[in-house]
Design a protein around this ligand. Structure first.
Ligand code: G
Ligand code: G
Ligand code: MN
Ligand code: NA
Length: 250
């Protein structure tokens, strides 16, 4: 409860901060974009990780103002960059269940001047499992703006294949649990292969999450994975560290 009350005020009190984690092409090593990850610096409790407060924000509804702040802040920031790198913003199921989210995205793009093709929204499969028709409809409206949609944590949900069939995603983000096991487990490697083949057949690029070592990246290269993200390529960092002229983060 205490946290929920504080959360409603976190935006106004300026306690939220965005971190950016680089996403790279496996082949060329080129930076493709950045995932935007929210941090909450609580005045008393210190930094609270999103895994702890996002579920509470979703339950109490504060995810709507918080999510709006994240979207606007990230778009405003990216619009100032002297590059065409994408930003990938996580969208909560609660936001997607809200009828106005497509309008919000459109409004924020207009306000900030960010080109729609530079915005990607990350949706988890659980997002689609809820009120499916409504969610798909909203996603279609967002896509019509020119914004791309990535399916996050792929491989861990209940209906991966059905979800893919029902909606044309622009990217598959392979859940990081596969990476952590790829070297020890032939099964994990086989599943990665199968998902990469699926991506090729559907012509949807696959991004592997949770790449922590050079040898994991080498495996992705030999298996033909398109993009990668993880501590080996770059940790989530404040924006000063990724802006041109800032301290190198990669
Ligand atoms: O940054 P970290 O590794 O702690 O993120 C933990 C979880 O919180 C991830 O599942 C991530 O998708 C989620 N998360 C981070 N930032 C946001 C955000 O701005 N909005 C939503 N809905 N989820 C986020
Ligand atoms: O669910 P989502 O994919 O949005 O979550 C991203 C989360 O994964 C963030 O909390 C981020 O800090 C974390 N993360 C990013 N790279 C790595 C990594 O290489 N290893 C691990 N264990 N976590 C990572
Ligand atoms: Mn994500
Ligand atoms: Na993920």
């Amino acid at each position: 409860r205490l946290i929920a009350n504080d959360l409603w005020q976190a935006v106004e009190r300026n306690e939220l901060q965005l971190h950016y984690q680089v996403q790279k092409a496996v082949n060329s090593g080129e930076t493709v974009g950045y995932e935007v990850l929210l941090r909450w610096h609580h005045p008393v409790r210190g930094t609270i990780p999103p895994g702890e407060f996002i579920p509470i924000a979703e339950e109490c509804g504060a995810i709507l103002p918080v999510g709006e702040w994240v979207l606007r802040e990230a778009c405003r920031e990216a619009a100032t960059w002297n590059s065409d790198h994408k930003i990938a913003v996580n969208l909560s199921p609660v936001q997607l269940g809200n009828a106005d989210v497509a309008d919000l995205v459109q409004r924020v793009l207009q306000e900030t001047g960010l080109s729609p093709h530079r915005l990607e929204l990350e949706i988890t499969e659980s997002t689609i499992i809820g009120d499916k028709e409504r969610a798909l409809n909203t996603l279609r409206r967002i896509k019509a703006l020119g914004v791309t949609i990535a399916i996050d944590d792929f491989g861990t949900g209940y209906s991966s294949l059905e979800t893919l069939r029902a909606f044309p995603f622009d990217k598959i983000k392979l859940d990081r649990s596969f990476m952590s096991e790829v070297e020890a487990s032939p099964e994990a490697k086989a599943i990665i292969r199968a998902i990469l083949a699926l991506g090729q057949t559907l012509r949807v690029p696959v991004l592997a999450e949770g790449v922590e070592t050079r040898s994991q990246l080498d495996i992705l290269l030999s298996e033909g994975c398109d993009e990668a993200q993880g501590y080996f390529l770059g940790r989530p960092v404040p924006v000063e560290r990724i802006r041109p002229g800032g301290t190198a983060s990669e």
